[in-house]
Every structure is written in C-alpha cells, then in structure tokens.
Design a protein around this ligand. Structure first.
Ligand code: PLP
Length: 429
C-alpha cells in the first residue's frame, strides 16, 4: 500500500506540531508505525492522502455514529454557516439542542454546552465541589475523563497507551484530591466511600469504560455505586462522553437503568464538531454562574455550527429501530470475530456492549485496568499494521474501543472479518 504522501506530510507536521499530531494517540507510536493522513470521509470509509480507502472503526473516536459526511449533517452545517459562524450571544439553536438533550437523557433537567468532553468533566467536577463544599474526587483506574489536571491519575486512553503514570505539570496539591480505585470492585468502592477521613465531593465513572479498551460494569456494580453515593450525599457523575447517545438514545443510564446526579456528554452530540455538555438535576445545575457561584464560561460555547450538527445527528438517531439495528449488526459482527478467533486458535477476549467493542489479545477475562494490562500489546501492534495494510482502520492502541457505525454495511463488516482471519493466521505463523 502506497503511503509516501502521508509520510511526507508527517515529516512536515513533526517540524511544527509536537509529535506531528494534535492529540498523542494519533501518532501511532504504540503500534509502531507513522500515521496516515486522512483527507476525506464518506459513509463507512475514510480516505488517506495517498488515495487509499479504509473501513473506519475509529469513527473520530466515537462521534461519527452515522458515518462520515452524512448528507443531513452537511446540509444543516451549510445552512448554519450561511447565517454566521459565531456570535458570543444566545442563539435559538442552543435551546433546540438543549431541549433534545433534556428530553433524551433521564438525569438531565438542565444542560450547559461547552467545547469538549474535557471541559464537560472538568466543569462537572468543579460544580460537584462547589455544591457539596468538599474537595475529593473518586475515579476508577483506567477510566479517562479528558486531560484536566484532576483526572491525570491512573488514567486511560493516551495516558495509558503511552505508559504515563500521571503527568509532569500537574501539581501534587491537585493530585492529592483525586483517589483512583479499581473498576468493578464493590468492596474497595464501599470501603473508600465510607471512609470518614475523606472529604469526597463526587465519584466520576465511565458507565462502560472505553479508555482501557471496552470494560463492562459487572451486574449490580453501577446500582451499588448509586446506592452508596445517594446514602452518603456524594455527587455521582456519569461520564457519558462515549456512551451518551451510543448505547441507547438515553445513554448508558437508560441502558442500565441507573440515574446519576450529573452527566457529561460530548462526541455524538456535536455530530463531529467540537462540543461537550454537562447537565443534571436543576437543583445542582443552579449552582452554575450566573444563577449560582460556580464559574464556568466559553467564547465559543453553544456555537451555532456545532448546535446544528448535533441537532441533525440526534434527529436521525430518533428513528424507530435505529439502536436495535445497530445492536443486531454489532452482535453479528462480534460473533463472527469470535468464530474467527476459535477457528484460528487465537487467544482473544472480546468485550462488547452495543456498538462498542474491544478484542483483547489475552486468554483471561478483562474486567478492570489490571486485567486489561495483561493483553499482548505487541501482538495488537502487529495486528493493527496488518489490518491497516488491508484497508481496515482500527484504533492505534489495544486500549481503545472499536466503534460500529450505522453507515457500515454487511459487506464492510464481512470484509473486516475476512481480514481479521487473514491477520490472525499470519500472527500465528
Ligand atoms: N471522557 C471520556 C469518556 C472520553 O472518552 C473522552 C475522550 O475520549 C473525554 C472525556 C474527553 O473528551 P475530549 O477529548 O473531547 O476532551
């Protein structure tokens, strides 16, 4: 596969952009190759600067649930752009999208739009601290909540992929207010939350972890978390930046029927434009400025282009049967991948919820950070490069999820299965 144009672009990028990329995992270092440069997306496919086409399982890390350049989104963006791109003043489009979010997400009575998932989680934690008057944040090992200082403690995603335990530049004084505990361990959870020496403001969790690969909450884990936090007056924050509008129209909270106090959103609600949001019970949300004392603001927050793309996306997700079809397609795909693993003798554990899945190269169950770390990352790196060479665009890290989109056809998925079989066989030669 020719990639000289991408190589040339990467050389240029490295001279003027740190690592040649604007987000670390994109540099593909953990899979031992240089990135391809994408110039176009259409439906299920992305195309690189050398003209190669790939079936896309990254989907911009989640937002592109409808595939790329969906005509409705493109049309909505065109209309919005004609009317001006930013005003720094209230616009009707913010009410439209806010109303859709409030109607969809069970925990949200009021919502504030920001520009990224990081801003959403950072602001939700500030709000929880302001509301409770307490300082400590409890998170889970391997979960990623963006790159705000408080979260860079045993984090997932790029922090995990690059093997960074925390980050220089984050003061000890901040980190000491973050406690990270194992995912799916009720005993440690209860002990931590009941510790009277801790001044716990909130617990933040990915209700399905997507940033150490796909890790599914055990039966009863989220319910237990909800019961304990309610009893102890701790604010429960679901980080649904990945799961929101993906597992169901009401997100993971609807899917698992566990309703948090605050919810963070991003990715899908922006339809591929930079958006985040946080929302929850009005009683808590009223603590935000200008109604309350907790400050949070943004020049481009509620940007009309982002609102238009989000609205166009959510409208399409409302189609009856949308999530059922996505589930059926994803389940069929996962089943075929497991058949391939069995047929070839490859040791793989596949974790899947809805259209989120990870094939871990390990013989053991993966249910938390420690078990995820047992996966064979060398083998994944080789698999990644082989799949890329055959037109399948996977996440450049073992510790990420594959996203299934509505745009992927049976043919696309069958091709990915066929290439997986070829790749597994080659890995075992
Ligand atoms: N929370 C979760 C669960 C995420 O997966 C991410 C990003 O991948 C974030 C927060 C941060 O979002 P952003 O990259 O938009 O800042």
């Amino acid at each position: 596969m020719e990639n000289s144009v991408s190589q040339d672009l990467f050389g240029k990028a490295c001279k003027i952009i740190p690592g040649g990329v604007n987000s670390p995992v994109r540099a593909c270092r953990s899979v031992g190759c240089d990135p391809v440069f994408i110039v176009k997306g259409e439906g299920a496919s992305v195309f690189d600067a050398d003209g190669n086409e790939y079936i896309d399982f990254v989907c911009s890390w989640g937002p592109m649930i409808l595939g790329h350049a969906h005509p409705s989104t493109v049309a909505a963006l065109g209309e919005a752009a004609k009317a001006g791109t930013s005003f720094g003043a209230p616009t009707p489009s913010e009410i439209d999208l806010a109303a859709m979010v409030v109607e969809a997400v069970p925990s949200i009575e009021k919502v504030r739009f920001v520009n990224s998932g990081t801003e959403a989680t950072m602001s939700a934690v500030r709000l929880a601290r302001g509301y409770t008057g307490r300082n400590v944040v409890v998170k889970f090992d391997g979960c990623y909540h963006g790159h705000a200082d408080s979260f860079l403690v045993k984090a997932g995603s790029g922090v995990l992929t690059l093997g960074i335990p925390g980050s220089p530049g984050v003061p000890e004084d901040i980190v000491k207010n973050t406690i990270s505990i194992p995912y799916n361990n009720e005993e440690i959870l209860e002990k931590t939350l009941r510790d009277e020496n801790l001044d716990i403001a909130c617990v933040i969790i990915e209700p399905v972890a997507g940033n150490m690969g796909c890790v599914i909450p055990r039966d009863g884990f989220l319910k237990k978390l909800r019961e304990l936090t309610r009893e102890l007056g701790i604010v429960l924050i679901f980080d649904e930046v990945i799961t929101g509008f993906r597992l169901s129209y009401g997100g993971a909270q609807e899917y698992f029927d566990v309703i948090p106090d605050l919810t963070c959103l991003g990715k899908i609600i922006g339809g591929g434009l930079p958006v985040g949001a946080y929302g929850g019970r009005a009683e808590i949300m009223n603590y935000i400025a200008p109604d309350g004392p907790v400050y949070q603001a943004g020049t481009l927050s509620g940007n009309p282009l982002a609102m238009a793309a989000g609205r166009a996306t959510l409208e399409l997700l409302q189609r009856p049967g949308f999530y059922g079809e996505l589930e059926e397609k994803s389940a069929g795909f996962a089943e075929k991948l497991m058949d391939v693993a069995e047929k070839t003798g490859m040791e793989v554990r596949l974790n899947r919820v809805g259209s989120l899945m990870t094939s871990f190269f390990t013989a053991n169950d993966v249910f938390d950070f420690e078990s995820a770390m047992k996966a064979d990352t060398e083998r994944y790196a080789c698999h990644y490069r082989q799949m890329l060479s055959r037109g399948i665009y996977l996440a450049p890290s073992q510790f990420e999820v594959a996203f299934i989109s509505a745009a992927q056809s049976k043919n696309d998925l069958d091709k990915a299965v066929k290439m997986t079989e070829w790749s597994f066989k080659k890995l075992l030669e």
